[in-house]
Write a protein that binds this ligand. Structure first.
Ligand code: URA
Length: 243
């Protein structure tokens, strides 16, 4: 089936923990099967080191966040459904290639998710971009939808849902439900984030097991204020310079 859930976790054998020593995850930790962790290189580690460092300037944070986001989105795109197609090269010989079968729509969760837009537009020149604003309802403390604007044909697109930090998964789950209510199939949603934690990954997997989660790094845990540890602080504030 198109965009089915049979994706390798980071190209490693199924269920293999990824870089757990680096982030202090327990030996026994196994990623949920719907999760892909971006391939780790010395480049990605170096850039994560810069954006996690509390001493990093606003300018550098934005620069390296943008660079990492491009890699992360490219990683997500590498799992899109495709079909085989031959093209003729100028040498007169055919090249057996592929072409993608679905149109895309990027949907940042306002506000921090909008930090992905520069990378998104840099990779997908004609990308359609929707928006979802979810905030905590002060009375119920539950995530509440305040605004959404999505293209009319969103049900025919693969949706890249964007938010840099997957903490409790509360707003991500609410945003996924907005997409499903708009006609998007669960297995046509990729949720893209730079830093996640076991609690958030588990919450998404339990509620929406067919949503593919593409994450940059998996951190150890949430603290009592629902911040990711070690994390990088408030991603929206650090990117927008509103600290
Ligand atoms: N949102 C953030 O920006 N940082 C966290 O650690 C958790 C949620």
């Amino acid at each position: 089936a198109e965009n089915s859930n049979k994706r390798p976790a980071n190209g490693l054998p199924e269920g293999q923990p990824v870089a757990k020593k680096l982030r202090g995850l327990p030996e026994t930790y196994v990623l949920p099967p719907n999760v892909i962790v971006m391939r780790e290189t010395m480049q990605t580690r170096g850039m994560f080191t810069i954006i996690r460092d509390e001493k990093t300037t606003h300018q550098d944070f934005v620069f390296y966040f943008d660079r990492l986001s491009r890699l992360l989105i490219e990683e997500a795109l590498s799992y899109l459904p495709a079909e085989e197609v031959d093209v003729m090269t100028p040498t007169g010989e055919a090249y057996p290639g592929i072409r993608w079968t679905r149109n895309l729509c990027g949907v940042p969760i306002i506000r921090a998710g909008e930090a992905f837009e520069i990378a998104l537009r840099g990779i997908l020149r004609d990308c359609v971009i929707g928006k979802i604003l979810i905030q905590r309802d002060e009375e119920t403390t539950l995530p509440k939808l305040f605004y959404s604007k999505l293209p009319k044909d969103i049900s025919e697109r693969t949706v890249l849902l964007l938010d840099p930090m997957l903490a409790t998964g509360g707003s991500a789950k609410a945003a996924i439900q907005v997409l499903i209510d708009s006609g998007v199939a669960e297995d046509s949603i990729m949720f893209i984030n730079l830093v996640s934690c076991p609690e958030g990954l588990q919450a998404i997997y339990e509620a929406y097991p067919k949503v593919c989660v593409v994450t940059g790094e998996v951190d150890r845990q949430l603290n009592e204020r629902a911040y990711i540890m070690p994390g990088l602080g408030d991603a929206g504030d650090r990117y927008m310079g509103t600290e």
